[in-house]
Design a protein around this ligand. Structure first.
Ligand SMILES: *Cc1c(COP(=O)(O)O)cnc(C)c1O
Length: 412
């Protein structure tokens, strides 16, 4: 794309949009499958998938069909009335998770807020915690969204700076340390809320057996185990849900991102009967949550993931991606970790920033984004082919060698 056109588009956006993000200097105007194009037709492979929102790829024909067909019938009625779309969508979610009921919302943060409300009320009504004292244990490095309650229990200073005062009732422990978690439990603990793999923290995979131990602890201590699978769920890690890697089931589950088929915000809190039944008419809601357009798209997204065997593909191609990335011999790489088609590459911070590598990779036709200065995320849409994946990894290898050579040429 001509440099002045790119610069103009960026300038207009920066003039009018709050600067709460720092996008790469690329201007996308079209996308299909795993590919995105700028206005001049320069093609990029999407290794980002909008933080898992685009697990099905861009403009999936089945999703577009469900979207347009439902939009032409009825899109939004609020929950003041029943629709013929909501029931089948939530029934499918419960069938997939083995849980009993679901509360439909829109964004991930709303699903987490819903989980927090359900857990606290369960604490008072079922566990008999004294009113106003319920606590939820969360993990350092967590990312659960951006509402004031949720950033209030973040361990990231920049998520909180200037946004307080924050809601009490949360307790932080180290991620991956089941003993620390158990030690933090008191009679007032209603729930633990964790990600099975921490995405925004840099694709941090906990020690094997961690989730199973948390499950045992929660059972023994009568504490709800709530998992946030908004980014890890729906095939990203090579299972439908990351908790299935350890053969457990949570009491409550937050889903979002890929649930909207890459076209809409669709989220849900799915839970055990005694947890979801904490919601009664009037005590929680959302104007758009569970609208028939979202429900039709959500159900089609779930059916498409199943019919196209995308979970299996994520497991197979994910293993291939991990093998290939781990085999790259570059001083720029300090480590590779992940699960399924979800891998974080740690860049050696003494040689380059992850941002500079992402910018160089962009110039080679591959789009991804750094997280936390040092980690590059590789998370292509699950519909990617083996050839396309290899193409992206080859570009990454070339980018690293070019960067390292360029670096080596700089006189001391
Ligand atoms: C993205 C994300 C959220 C927040 O979702 P939004 O739709 O941005 O509100 C919550 N939890 C996890 C694990 C996420 O990755």
């Amino acid at each position: 794309m001509r440099a002045n056109v790119v610069a103009d588009a960026i300038a207009v956006e920066e003039r009018w949009c709050a600067r709460n993000y720092k996008p790469l200097p690329v201007v996308i105007s079209r996308a299909e499958g795993v590919w995105m194009w700028d206005a001049d037709g320069t093609r990029y492979l999407d290794m980002m998938s909008a933080y898992s929102a685009v697990n099905l790829g861009h403009s999936h024909p089945r999703i577009l069909h469900a979207l347009t067909e439902q939009a032409a019938k009825v899109a939004v009625v609020s929950r003041a009335f029943h629709t013929d779309r909501l029931g089948p969508f939530l029934a499918k979610l419960c069938e997939l998770t083995g849980l009993d009921g679901a509360c439909p919302m829109n964004t991930g943060a709303e699903a987490v807020e819903t989980a927090i409300k359900a857990a606290r009320r369960w604490g008072y009504r079922v566990k008999n915690i004294p009113e106003g004292r319920a606590e939820i244990i969360v993990a350092r490095g967590n990312f659960h969204g951006r509402t004031t309650t949720i950033v209030g229990f973040s361990s990231e200073a920049e998520y909180q700076d200037g946004f307080g005062p924050f809601a009490p009732g949360f307790r932080l422990v180290d991620y991956g340390d089941a003993d620390a978690l158990e030690a933090a439990i008191t009679p007032d603990t209603a729930a633990i809320l964790i990600e099975p793999i921490q995405g925004e923290a840099g694709i941090v995979v906990p020690p094997t057996g961690y989730l199973r131990r948390v499950r045992e602890i929660c059972d023994r201590q009568n504490v709800l185990m709530i998992l946030d699978e908004i980014q890890s769920g729906l095939g990203r890690t090579g299972k439908w849900f990351a908790y299935q890697h350890e053969d457990i089931r949570p009491d409550g589950l937050c889903l979002g991102k890929a649930l909207g088929g890459g076209v809409l915000p669709v989220s849900a809190f799915v839970a055990r009967r005694d947890v979801i039944s904490q919601f009664v008419p009037g005590n929680h809601g959302s104007t758009f949550g569970g609208n028939p357009l979202a429900a039709a798209v959500g159900l089609e997204a779930l059916n498409t993931i199943a019919d196209e065997k995308l979970v299996e593909r994520s497991a197979e191609l994910g293993a291939h991606m991990m093998t290939r990335l781990s085999a790259i011999n570059s001083p720029l790489i300090a480590g590779v970790r992940g699960r399924g088609l979800w891998v974080g590459v740690e860049i050696n911070p003494t040689l380059a920033t992850a941002r500079s590598v992402c910018e160089a990779l962009m110039r080679n036709g591959v789009l991804s984004k750094e997280t936390h200065d040092t980690v590059i995320r590789f998370a292509p849409p699950l519909v990617i082919s083996a050839e396309e994946l290899d193409w992206a990894i080859n570009r990454f290898e070339e980018t690293l060698s070019a960067l390292f050579l360029a670096d080596a040429k700089v006189p001391a």
